[in-house]
Ligand binder design. Structure first.
Ligand code: FUB
Length: 325
């Protein structure tokens, strides 16, 4: 069974959390901007965020739209493209971490705060110092430490920020860091470009350290290769269960959602399985949440828009608990 959650509007990239026994969904808000499709996601011209919430069985419960919680015009440093976001709670404050392009066309991560999970959120004047790329996932560990997982290839610019060591692997020069198609041009048998994980500062407004590479290992304990259909592309998600850290992500141009597991928040993570087969539409992006003793996968597809890839619709399906045992 599965359900389209919000037929009234096009939304995508759901980050879902339980706050005060209620499910809060933080999606991207798709719109038809008239921009043509391109490999850098220029057609994703989102300008605001809403938050949705529900209480009860996600297959049936009424979904409340709490309206606009942040508009790009409120963010001094951001020009356009409010892409994926996520929210974490600390000491009664809610922190929305979001991705947007600055006036130079460069993606950064920003923070906005609210006293309520349904917002509205007040943005900081500047992006997080040293932040780059897209798709933040914020995860609070049992000891209260907060980590941000982020990064997305091609239009998400992740390939711009790899170190020379990463771009020159096994004696193979993968070319300049700013080459957005590095992953397409490079030999399939070199290690895939990694995403990043970073611990947040105590006030959740800055990185507390330099971001660290997130390595995903194959069944033989070797880093996944660039040509592997299970390699990371975007849409990081982290959840913890039974003392294990589950890192899930989208593989982008092979259109899968995958699950990997590790023993600590930084990884490495061992590839475990495919979570979702390709959906209608180019992108696939999700979150996993345990709610009322069941596991839920929130994601999107483009069935309702007849495969218009920048007009996506939110969906939910149940996952078997055995995935996380
Ligand atoms: O919504 C814009 C981008 O599309 C997201 O940041 C990616 O993860 C993909 O879903």
């Amino acid at each position: 069974m599965q359900r389209y959650l919000f037929p009234n509007d096009y939304m995508a990239d759901p980050s879902v959390h339980v706050f005060n026994d209620r499910l809060y969904i933080y999606p991207s808000h798709d719109r038809d901007s008239g921009e043509a499709f391109d490999d850098d996601g220029g057609h994703f011209q989102m300008r605001d965020y809403h938050v949705l919430s529900l209480s009860g069985n996600p297959f049936e419960a009424a979904v409340t739209d709490h309206g606009v919680i942040l508009d790009v015009n409120q963010v001094p440093w951001a020009e356009k493209q409010l892409w994926d976001s996520d929210v974490v709670e600390k000491d009664g404050l809610y922190y929305l971490i979001f991705s947007a392009k600055d006036y130079n066309g460069v993606f950064h991560l920003g923070v906005a705060t609210s006293e309520r999970p349904e917002g509205p959120f007040i943005p900081q004047k500047h992006p997080i110092r040293g932040s780059f790329s897209i798709d933040p996932c914020v995860f609070k560990d049992d000891d209260g430490s907060i980590y941000c997982y982020f990064g997305g290839l091609w239009g998400g610019q992740l390939q711009w920020y790899q170190s020379p060591e990463v771009l020159t692997k096994e004696g193979v020069d993968l070319g300049p860091a700013a080459d957005r198609k590095t992953q397409l041009r490079c030999p399939a048998d070199v290690p895939a470009l990694p995403s990043f994980a970073v611990r947040m500062s105590d006030d959740v407004l800055q990185f507390a350290e330099a971001p660290r590479s997130v390595v995903i290992l194959d069944v033989n304990g070797q880093p996944l290769k660039a040509g592997d259909p299970h390699r990371f592309f975007e849409a990081s998600w982290m959840h913890k269960w039974g003392g294990k850290y589950f890192f899930s992500y989208s593989t982008g141009d092979s259109h899968l959602l995958c699950l990997a597991v590790g023993d600590n928040p930084y990884g490495p993570f061992r590839f475990q399985c495919e979570l979702l087969q390709p959906v209608v539409g180019w992108t696939t992006h999700h979150s996993i949440v345990r709610y009322q003793n069941r596991w839920w996968l929130f994601h999107h597809d483009c069935v309702p828009s007849n495969d218009v890839t920048w007009l996506r619709s939110l969906k939910v399906k149940e996952l078997p608990a055995s995935l996380f045992e």
